[in-house]
Design a protein around this ligand. Structure first.
Ligand code: 26V
Length: 752
């Protein structure tokens, strides 16, 4: 392996020990670039294109070093020189190209596709200001532009790529490439990020994410999910989507031809996985290109494209199922609108069920387009797929039962244990040997479930992770976490269905209980993290409630020593890597049927947290694997919830009136508490929970409180708890994204 000291001397004219962290960071990034430049692209006739509006990559350095097999050596050499890899990595800026679970899943998938040696690239957009950077001001979320690209482009080497024809003008795209390395592989894949030639960063002020939405020729790739609360914003999203898929389609065709396709056999050369509906217009765009630029007959083009596109559904929430007025698509690309009309007419001719039409009342249902003209529809956990088949998409399931399949999500072990928890990876090596690193199989741990040495080593690993997390929280936001605190974590986008408000109500209960003299045996630290969509008022209100509770409790000397509430500012992949290894309890408390899968649940489990959950998404599979006693479940079942919605019989008011519940909900508007925050926000949230509670937090609240108390009690039996931790880790292998990707390939892609 390269002597880093020699590298330092030649790059900076001084020894490694004298480099700043920033210099060491750029030097290592250059080393990774050089090594990956030497790798050949993964070969194969049939290539996968994974198109996604989001890729939530996280920092790349550690992951790349792990995959190149350089990690241990680099770490040791840095340490010998008095440097630390984790401090060096702090100098890397985390790319801001994703939003939540769907985007992080795409990043884990790229890692696994490369690791399995499969030929497959990601395709997305290079957003200059990404999602947004979250700041807390006066206990409220402030959304700022995240200028992650910095002064100079982090992504060098972009090349002019394609012309994208919009209705009124044509733009030129630029293509950036991030190499995607597989673990221990000699080949690489790529993430291809398209940008707009002429994009103008100066449209965005420093202190706000507002900009002129109509300047499409200059704003197209500024933000991921620009505000869509007005028509200009919604139109901009359609522009972005068409820009993304037109580039993708042009790239796919050019590369297929390069590999020898005559385009009549295109489906043998390319398969497209569309990550939720955002890339659905790739279907009409491929058809358009085959017709217009390659003189193919419409029917043949439709036939070919319908054999090469597969769709993954990530949510059943009605508001997240994309529907665009045909008139918008018409304004962006009349050719695409015309093709969609023709595709719709075929369906209307063959099927009279109104539920399966593509265009309904002038609105295009993107998922319907993807299902009719694709080879596969998959959900992301067993329960989710069942709900798609039996209710949400049942009309489609009746027509095309063979298209439906489940692919339970997974996470890459390179980032979510080797990268974020090296002491745990080391313990797994010494206990099991290192095969788990490639097989993902951790079940051998079960043989050690009663081995006191292993259990106590596991306790040390957790203590170590807590130390790193406490340092992170201190450095990042000046929070002091007690050394022996239980760490109880809920990190995910802020949404009513995920029910952060229910955990907030528990906190109020616990606060009052401690006030009444019931002091817990050790301090409890409850940590939230997550961003709220800027236009989603109630989610902003929930953040405000959490932050106000945090201040309120910190200011109460009776309670503060026993209960602490923290919210991580600007929760992102880097923060997750610090929090997850330290967690004792993983909060997965969505209203049953609403969380398609969840993936943080898998990351927590892999790092030895015990799950407190409803039977929703992949929690169901986790519960089946670890068995009773190693997980805590509560709440209404998904069938009960679906029945309540179907009957319209859930009555929040009747729960609110119960004295125990009313006390907690009304705390939000008690005059002292409200004086500390925004009366408008707290009253609105109060009235929403008490009067509507669309995601039924009050339905499950009493049982949640009871079960949560049992969890804290059980935590005090340290031996029994360590065993639960071990059993959870032992079963996490099922959730390796290598397993998920092998299934996608076996059932849908057939690459190679
Ligand atoms: C939908 C929309 C629609 C409104 C505008 C912005 C926007 C952005 C994203 C989406 C789709 C979100 C879907 C999503 O992230 N689903 C999550 O996917 C994870 C990976 O499959 C899964 O684990 C989570 O349960 C699911 O919520």
């Amino acid at each position: 392996m390269t002597r880093l000291n020699d590298l330092a001397l030649s790059a900076y004219g001084r020894p490694l020990a004298d480099l700043s962290n920033q210099q060491a960071c750029s030097m290592l990034q250059d080393l990774v670039k050089e090594r990956s430049a030497a790798l050949a692209p993964t070969a194969g006739k049939r290539r996968l294109y994974y198109i996604s509006a989001e890729f939530l990559l996280g920092k790349l350095l550690t992951n790349n070093l792990i995959n190149l097999g350089l990690y241990e050596d680099v770490k040791a050499q840095l340490e010998d020189a008095g440097l630390s890899l984790s401090e060096v990595e702090e100098c890397e800026v985390e790319p801001s190209l994703g939003n939540g679970g769907l985007g992080r899943l795409a990043a884990c998938f790229l890692d696994s596709i490369a690791t399995l040696g499969l030929p497959g690239d990601g395709i997305g957009l290079n957003y200059h200001f990404g999602l947004f950077r979250q700041k807390f001001v006066q206990n409220q979320q402030l959304a700022l532009p995240d200028a992650w690209l910095g002064e100079e482009d982090v992504l060098v080497g972009g090349r002019e790529a394609f012309q994208v024809p919009f209705a009124d003008f044509t733009v030129t795209s630029k293509l950036y490439t991030i190499d995607v390395l597989g673990y221990g592989r000699k080949t690489k894949n790529r993430l291809r990020l398209f940008d707009l030639v002429g994009v103008d960063d100066t449209l965005v002020p420093h202190d706000s994410i507002e900009f002129d939405k109509r300047e499409v020729r200059r704003n197209l790739t500024l933000f991921l999910y620009p505000d869509d609360s007005d028509e200009d914003g919604r139109l901009l999203r359609v522009y972005q989507q068409y820009f993304m898929v037109s580039n993708a389609a042009q790239l796919i065709l050019a590369e297929a031809v390069e590999r020898g396709s005559n385009l009549h056999d295109l489906a043998d050369y390319a398969v497209v996985q569309i990550n939720d509906t955002h890339p659905t217009m790739v279907i009409p765009e491929l058809i358009r290109l085959l017709e217009e630029e390659h003189d193919m007959a419409f029917d043949e083009a439709v036939n070919i494209v319908s054999r090469m596109v597969a769709y993954t559904n990530h949510t059943i929430l009605a508001e997240a199922l994309e529907k665009w007025p045909l008139a918008f698509i018409e304004r962006v690309s009349p050719q695409i609108a015309a093709i969609i009309r023709k595709l719709d007419a075929r369906i209307a001719k063959n099927y009279d069920d109104p539920a399966v039409q593509i265009i309904q009342d002038g609105v295009v249902h993107m998922a319907h387009l993807a299902i009719h003209y694709g080879i596969s529809v998959n959900g992301v956990a067993a329960l989710h797929t069942k709900i798609l088949e039996e209710s949400e998409l049942s009309s489609f399931y009746r027509i095309y039962p063979e298209k439906f399949n489940n692919k339970t999500n997974g996470i890459t072990f390179r980032r979510w244990v080797m990268g974020c928890n090296p002491p745990l990876a080391h313990l797994l090596d010494t206990t099991l040997g290192s095969e788990w690193r490639t097989t993902g199989d951790l079940t051998g741990l079960l043989d050690h479930a009663d081995d006191q040495d292993v259990l106590s080593a596991l306790a040390d690993v957790k203590a170590d992770a807590k130390g790193r997390m406490r340092a992170f929280m201190l450095e990042n936001q000046g929070a002091h976490i007690p050394e022996d605190a239980i760490i109880d974590v809920q990190v995910k986008r802020i949404h009513e269905y995920k029910r952060q408000q229910m955990l907030a109500l528990y906190i109020i209960w616990k606060y009052l209980d401690i006030k009444n003299g019931n002091v817990p045996p050790r301090p409890i630290t409850i940590v939230f993290g997550g961003k709220a969509a800027p236009a989603y008022t109630i989610a902003q209100d929930i953040i405000h409630l959490i932050l106000t509770l945090s201040t309120w409790i910190a200011n109460d000397p009776d309670v503060a020593p026993h209960l602490q509430v923290l919210m991580v500012e600007n929760y992102n992949v880097t923060a997750a890597e610090h929090l997850i290894p330290a967690a004792d309890i993983s909060e997965q408390i969505s209203l049953a049927s609403k969380e398609a899968s969840g993936t943080s649940n898998m990351k927590f489990m892999l790092n030895g947290a015990v799950t407190l959950c409803t039977l929703d998404g992949a929690n169901v599979e986790i519960a089946d694997l670890v068995g009773e006693g190693n997980i805590y479940t509560f709440g209404a079942s998904s069938e009960e919830v679906e029945r309540l919605y179907a009957e319209g019989s859930y009555d929040a008011r009747s729960y609110y009136r119960r004295p125990g519940i009313k006390l907690l909900v009304d705390f939000m508007t008690n005059p002292h508490f409200i004086a500390m925050g925004s009366a408008e926000r707290l009253r609105r949230l109060h009235d929403d929970v008490a009067g509507k509670d669309w995601f039924m937090a009050l339905l499950d609240l009493e049982e949640y409180i009871q079960v949560k108390e049992a969890v804290y009690r059980d935590f005090e039996d340290r031996g029994a708890w360590a065993r639960k931790e071990l059993v959870n880790i032992a079963h996490a292998g099922t959730f390796s994204s290598d397993r998920t990707i092998a299934q996608y390939n076996g059932d849908i892609w057939h690459l190679g």
